[in-house]
Design a protein around this ligand. Structure first.
Ligand code: PEP
Ligand code: MG
Length: 327
């Protein structure tokens, strides 16, 4: 089994009927890069930058962030790196935030991610500057977490343009052209606004961890309700489908980067819904790749249609298990 998975390393993630799927890596820490390269990831689909802000009292400046980002971009040797601006807050609460804003009454619904960045524009500008500079060393795109509206994206895009002008005036080398700007689809409101968002952004990345949490009102970290947390709930699947179809219609790239993308039980369904980019923790790459290589896309698409007519997550899981067992 292990040997078999090892052999997969040099084989491309292509379905049995010949469609290439992009398997990208999620990085939590810079040191995860090695594993992503080991697993021959096609790119970094999600570079989480929360580690820069956690377990410390001060804030990272532009140079510190650039010095961390640049080797990752260079290390990927021309493959795309998707850098997400800080998703601090929520279950990733930094100590200094509590000092500044007090204990949030509901962290998941509070000052988190892009909301924090817009409240503290200097923080976000610093991070955008570091990313623009890192983007001079290889292909990089910028991903915004917890977006709920087009207005937020427009504000950040203007901020990015202003930062770029400032850096150019200083004679600093930055990405040219400027990096694509994309959003996480991880709040139901964003998924339902997918059509409008496609006109404001360059790509989508669907975050099924938070999308499940917010759609079903289940705290993703609360053991007491963990059994109710179900990414196969039809409501979650409909939001995924809605966002994917909007992106495909608009012709912008769309991937999935939540835990769902790294679970081979769900691969057939996601591909059947039209997803062609999956980003996951590096250790998941071999098992997902193996599933992709046994998959017939025409059949997966047909199965996905049947699944989308179901109204129970348990029934959907059973249908998927049946289909996976045939592989
Ligand atoms: C998600 O919400 O699915 C996601 C990928 O982001 P994070 O797990 O970092 O919140
Ligand atoms: Mg998230």
């Amino acid at each position: 089994e292990r040997e078999q998975l090892k052999c997969l390393r040099s084989l491309p993630p292509v379905t049995r009927d010949g469609t290439a799927i992009a398997i990208q890596a999620n990085l939590e820490l810079p040191r995860d890069l090695e594993q992503a390269l080991d697993q021959a990831a096609e790119g970094i689909g999600l570079l989480r930058t929360e580690f820069l802000f956690m377990n410390r009292d001060d804030l990272p400046d532009e140079d510190e962030q650039y010095d961390i980002l640049r080797p990752i971009v260079e290390g990927m040797g021309g493959r795309l790196v998707t850098a997400r601006t800080m998703d601090v807050g929520g279950e990733k609460l930094a100590g200094w935030m509590v000092g500044r804003y007090g204990e949030p009454t509901n962290p998941a619904l509070g000052l988190r991610a892009i909301r924090l960045g817009l409240r503290e524009p200097r923080l976000l500008e610093t991070q955008l500057a570091a990313m623009l500079r890192a983007g001079a060393h290889g292909p990089l795109r910028i991903l915004l977490p917890m977006i709920t509206s087009v207005t937020e994206v427009q504000t950040v895009r203007e901020m990015m343009l202003a930062v770029a002008r400032r850096l150019r005036r200083r004679g600093v080398r930055i990405a040219d052209p400027l990096p694509p700007l994309g959003v996480m689809i991880e709040v139901p409101g964003a998924a339902l606004s997918a059509d409008a968002l496609t006109r404001a952004v360059d790509f989508f990345s669907i975050g099924t961890n938070d999308l499940t949490q917010y759609t079903l009102a289940i705290d993703r970290g609360d053991e007491q309700v963990a059994s109710l947390y179900d990414p196969l709930h039809p409501a979650v699947l409909r939001l995924i489908q809605f966002a994917v179809e909007a992106a495909l219609r608009a012709g912008i790239p769309v991937g999935v980067c939540g835990e769902m993308a790294g679970d081979p039980r769900y691969t057939a369904l996601l591909l059947g819904l039209g997803v062609r980019e999956l980003s996951m923790a590096p250790p998941s790459i071999p098992v997902v790749k193996r599933r992709i290589r046994t998959l017939d896309l025409v059949e997966a698409t047909r199965r996905a249609r049947v699944i989308m007519d179901q109204h129970d997550g348990g029934r959907i899981a059973a249908l998927l298990d049946d289909f996976n067992a045939m592989a």
